[in-house]
Design a protein around this ligand. Structure first.
Ligand SMILES: *[C@@H]1O[C@H](CO)[C@@H](O)[C@H](O)[C@H]1NC(C)=O
Ligand SMILES: *[C@@H]1O[C@H](CO)[C@@H](O)[C@H](O)[C@H]1NC(C)=O
Ligand SMILES: *[C@@H]1O[C@H](CO)[C@@H](O)[C@H](O)[C@H]1NC(C)=O
Ligand SMILES: *[C@@H]1O[C@H](CO)[C@@H](O)[C@H](O)[C@H]1NC(C)=O
Ligand SMILES: *[C@@H]1O[C@H](CO)[C@@H](O)[C@H](O)[C@H]1NC(C)=O
Ligand SMILES: *[C@@H]1O[C@H](CO)[C@@H](O)[C@H](O)[C@H]1NC(C)=O
Length: 469
């Protein structure tokens, strides 16, 4: 009896020991995780604080926005594709305002059936430049922003007065394109698509040696890296801030932001009837026929399995409509339209998608380098990245055309979002306002920054080669 109980104890002890060790290990891991997250990461937070999303605390108290109905302009508009500049490694965190006084993050009250995108940076109500900003104390000198080489499409007036007025900063900043201010301006804005611009480029880089210590140089681009200069020698240690569509830019300027429609602003639609009226599967508007993304090859393959009507320079069809973007024709005729970017680059999603997303009752099929499933509500578009091949995609599209209920649910969900006209300029305006605020806040350590190797920032891990062909 005694011996057997002793043997039993001997057998139990190693088991006990193992349990105790396991408990200690698990406990240690928990403590480590907590300590790591709270302390270690806080200590090692990047100097500029961009990659750590702030907690979702603030709420937008009252959502107000103007309703936007696509207007009929009576002019012929073809869908213009910007064949143009720029780059990416993105941070998933939301980029906080450096100098805004209010938090730019929000939790929106979500009406039934509305799914918000996971990343709210592209939601107007969540991340727009807040109207409540700290206007610099009266009497403070206006900051001068020298727009050194203005992009030709930029419609902002020379002094930027309207832009700054819209965000209440008319007494805070002024723009100029007078290059004689190069040695006195508070900021020098460079359109980085033309870093090898035809002006005496050495004079600019030379001047950076004599620049005032507080002068900030801003590299701007809305173009993807394949359309950026591949070599930007001489621009090392020049730029302090970046202003691009990339989310890890110091000043994030997306091509557009979605806006959640209020219940009251929802135009009535019979989506069932709308879907029943549609007769054709897929439309594609395109003017740039050979691209980094090789979308033309993807479409060629896709069209073996489903009819794709190609409009524009690269196809046989053309759309001449009263509405600005043929959205009426698309809405009444097509189930899907292709929104394929010319480059597969991080965060690169252009007005091609934003424009029609907000104005046409047709489901976009997207292909690009942005994480569409985070940026847009998942049930409102179809992302080619989720399909093994063009053939698999085509099968899915056929299925949806036969499943009216699912299809109309997608249309309905998409309809909850809208976009303003001319979104890029709107966002650019916000960008300049943010720049203005950052300049006034210049002494704050979080605003200090230098890009030692701008080329690296533009091109490193910026774009993917197509893998779906
Ligand atoms: C929000 O709107 C309601 C109703 O219009 C109003 O009573 C309330 O004061 C508003 N709240 C804020 C913070 O503006
Ligand atoms: C629109 O296109 C039609 C047909 O090509 C042309 O006759 C008309 O002049 C154009 N209108 C404008 C405003 O360009
Ligand atoms: C740049 O600076 C160097 C040395 O100071 C000078 O020799 C050269 O002429 C300058 N170039 C221009 C274009 O100003
Ligand atoms: C929408 O259209 C469908 C098909 O024509 C019809 O059966 C339905 O009653 C309509 N719904 C509304 C609310 O008008
Ligand atoms: C569907 O087509 C019919 C006939 O062309 C038209 O009268 C009706 O307005 C269309 N309905 C919708 C919702 O587009
Ligand atoms: C801006 O960049 C210049 C050149 O690298 C640097 O000397 C300066 O300290 C930077 N300014 C700030 C505020 O980071």
């Amino acid at each position: 009896m005694r011996t057997s109980s002793k043997r039993l104890t001997c057998a139990i002890r190693p088991a006990y020991f193992a349990v105790v060790v396991a408990v200690v290990v698990v406990a240690w891991m928990c403590v480590f995780t907590l300590v790591y997250n709270n302390t270690f990461q806080a200590l090692h937070r990047p100097r500029f604080g961009y990659s750590t999303p702030p907690p979702w605390t603030a709420t937008v108290s009252n959502i107000t926005h103007t309703t936007f109905q696509p207007t009929l302009t009576g002019q012929n508009h073809s869908i213009r594709e910007r064949a143009s500049v720029h780059k990416p490694a993105s941070v998933d965190g939301r980029s906080p305002f450096v100098s805004g006084t209010t938090s730019s993050y929000c939790k929106l009250p979500t009406p039934d059936g509305v799914v918000l995108p996971r990343n709210t940076q592209y939601l107007e109500q969540c991340s727009s430049s807040s109207p409540t900003i700290s206007v610099p104390a009266a009497g403070k000198k206006k900051k001068v922003i020298l727009v050194y080489n203005r992009p030709s499409w930029m419609m902002i007036t020379d002094s930027g007065d309207k832009t700054f007025k819209r965000c209440g900063l008319e007494d805070a900043c002024i723009m100029t394109n007078d290059r004689r201010t190069l040695h006195t301006a508070d900021a020098v804005f460079i359109n980085a698509q033309h870093l090898n611009f035809p002006y005496p480029f050495e004079a600019v880089t030379n001047s950076t040696r004599r620049r005032p210590p507080q002068q900030m140089w801003v590299a701007f681009s809305i173009e993807p890296p394949p359309l950026m200069p591949q070599s930007v020698r001489g621009w090392e240690n020049v730029f302090n801030w970046t202003m691009t569509y990339r989310r890890d830019s110091d000043i994030f300027v997306p091509y557009g932001k979605l806006s959640l429609r209020t219940e009251a602003a929802l135009p009535a639609r019979n989506f069932t009837q709308l879907a029943l009226n549609k007769t054709k599967p897929v439309a594609w508007f395109v003017s740039n026929c050979v691209t980094q993304s090789a979308r033309e090859a993807y479409v060629k393959e896709l069209s073996k399995y489903i009819q794709v009507d190609v409009y524009g320079k690269c196809g046989k069809l053309s759309c001449v409509q009263k509405d600005r973007d043929c959205s009426g024709m698309l809405s009444s005729t097509y189930f899907f339209y292709l929104s394929f970017e010319n480059s597969l680059c991080v965060d690169y999603v252009t007005e091609k998608l934003f424009n029609l997303y907000g104005s046409a009752d047709v489901i976009p099929v997207t292909r690009g380098g942005v994480k569409y499933d985070e940026v847009f509500p998942a049930n409102t578009l179809i992302n080619t990245a989720n399909f093994k091949s063009p053939r698999h995609l085509a099968n899915h599209l056929h299925d949806l055309m036969g499943d009216l209920q699912t299809y109309t649910a997608m249309l309905r969900a998409k309809h909850r979002f809208m976009l303003r006209k001319n979104e890029l300029h709107e966002q650019l305006g916000h960008g300049f306002c943010k720049l203005c605020r950052m300049l006034h806040d210049g002494d704050r350590t979080q605003a200090r920054r230098v890009y030692p190797d701008f080329r690296h920032w533009v091109h490193k891990n910026a774009c993917l080669r197509p893998k779906d062909l």
